[in-house]
Design a binder for this molecule. Structure first.
Ligand code: SF4
Ligand code: FES
Length: 360
């Protein structure tokens, strides 16, 4: 018997006022324009709660572009779900914030691209820094817990101390400093985003010191780039194990990057969420460990990291059942080693051209 999901990640729309070069949204966005209606999303949220989900993350693109966001928050709240808004904060006006507060929104996570306006706006592909700071202050004023989410990469990681100082100034409860995961537009821009070993070592010293100093005041989550790890991450806590993602056109995925995998689509317009979660080929394909090939199949760590990330294996090798090339035991590890070697070339600049994702 498959246990229910812990959380629903509702990617309400891929429209976005920003154009971040590290965006994990699909590179081809035209298939996602016919978004689920309010009623369809309300059904999805209700079915996720019936399956046992406890959290509802409302994300995108920019979820504030959905005029019905407060209605969806209210439905999730009424279903007893803990609601989390993941936002660029553009459009988080006083009126909108009050409306979401009334609807029962529990938590707000604001993305920041850097601590410094010009750099932040360049990475976001749009003038946005000042409005983000204003919105983050509004989150605190309305009494919500504030999480800042800063995706780290070659072009901002040297300012991690200043980013932490900005988070302190905003009285954030939590900051997630996650190095870029190379999906969607981030994969397109990988050569310009992957930091050097030296940059990472310097950032780790700063983060370690800050964790010590801010203990009890601000939680700091730091995620290293898996290209530099010895073993891969147990992506999403396992395929079809904890998270259920529904994207703007109703396709359901076990993670936010599985769009391109050669599996039949599982769409909420055609199927009940319970069937999608428990029985669909999309969610069953890489559940557990039976699908593994060697070296994972005979490896002691197969229940720990579950062979890493299926989407990364597919993106880098064309076969989602291969060992994640991040693993030092993977036959395809040379792909990752080559990218790391390039990022560490002696004369390689920090600032490199970025391809902005379109606004969609
Ligand atoms: Fe994990 Fe597979 Fe590498 Fe073993 S071989 S450590 S199971 S990814
Ligand atoms: Fe899809 Fe890792 S992002 S399995």
């Amino acid at each position: 018997m498959v246990e229910g999901p812990l959380g629903l990640l509702a990617e309400l729309t891929y429209r976005c006022p920003l154009a971040c070069a590290y965006c994990s949204n699909p590179v081809e966005l035209s298939a996602y324009r016919e978004e689920l209606t309010t009623e369809e999303w309300q059904r999805v949220i209700t079915e996720a709660a019936d399956l046992g989900a406890l959290q509802c993350h409302l994300s995108g693109g920019e979820p504030l572009l959905r005029r019905d966001l407060a209605d969806l928050v209210r439905t999730a709240s009424e279903q007893g779900l803990y609601t989390n808004l993941v936002t660029s904060a553009l459009g988080f006006s006083a009126a909108r914030a009050a409306e979401l507060h009334d609807a029962g929104l529990d938590h707000v996570q604001v993305s920041l691209q850097a601590d410094e306006p010009a750099l932040s706006d360049r990475i976001a592909g749009s003038p946005s820094f000042a409005r983000k700071i204003e919105a983050a202050r509004r989150v605190r004023e309305l009494g919500w817990p504030l999480t800042l989410n800063v995706v780290l990469h070659r072009q901002n990681i040297d300012r991690v101390a200043e980013v932490l100082a900005a988070a302190e100034d905003l009285e954030a409860d939590r900051i997630e400093l996650a190095n870029t995961q190379y999906y969607g537009w981030a994969a397109v821009n990988r050569a310009s985003l992957l930091p050097s070993r030296e940059q990472l070592a310097a950032a780790e010293v700063v983060v370690r010191e800050a964790k010590e100093r801010l203990r009890g005041r601000m939680e700091i989550i730091y995620v290293i780039p898996d290209y530099y790890a010895t073993y891969p991450k147990p992506c999403m806590g396992g395929w079809g194990a904890r998270q259920l993602v529904v994207v703007p056109n109703g396709n359901s995925l076990p993670c936010l990057a599985a769009h391109d995998l050669p599996l039949p689509a599982a769409n909420v317009r055609e199927h009940a969420l319970s069937w999608i979660w428990r029985d669909s080929p999309m969610f069953s394909a890489y559940r557990g460990t039976d699908w593994m090939q060697d070296p994972c199949r005979s490896c002691d760590r197969r229940e720990i990291d579950l062979g890493g990330c299926r989407c990364q294996a597919f993106a880098l090798t064309g076969d989602a059942t291969r060992t994640d090339p991040v693993c030092h035991l993977a036959p395809d590890h040379g792909i990752v080693e080559a990218a790391v070697a390039e990022a560490n070339e002696e004369s390689r600049p920090v600032e490199l051209p970025l391809v902005a994702r379109p606004h969609a």
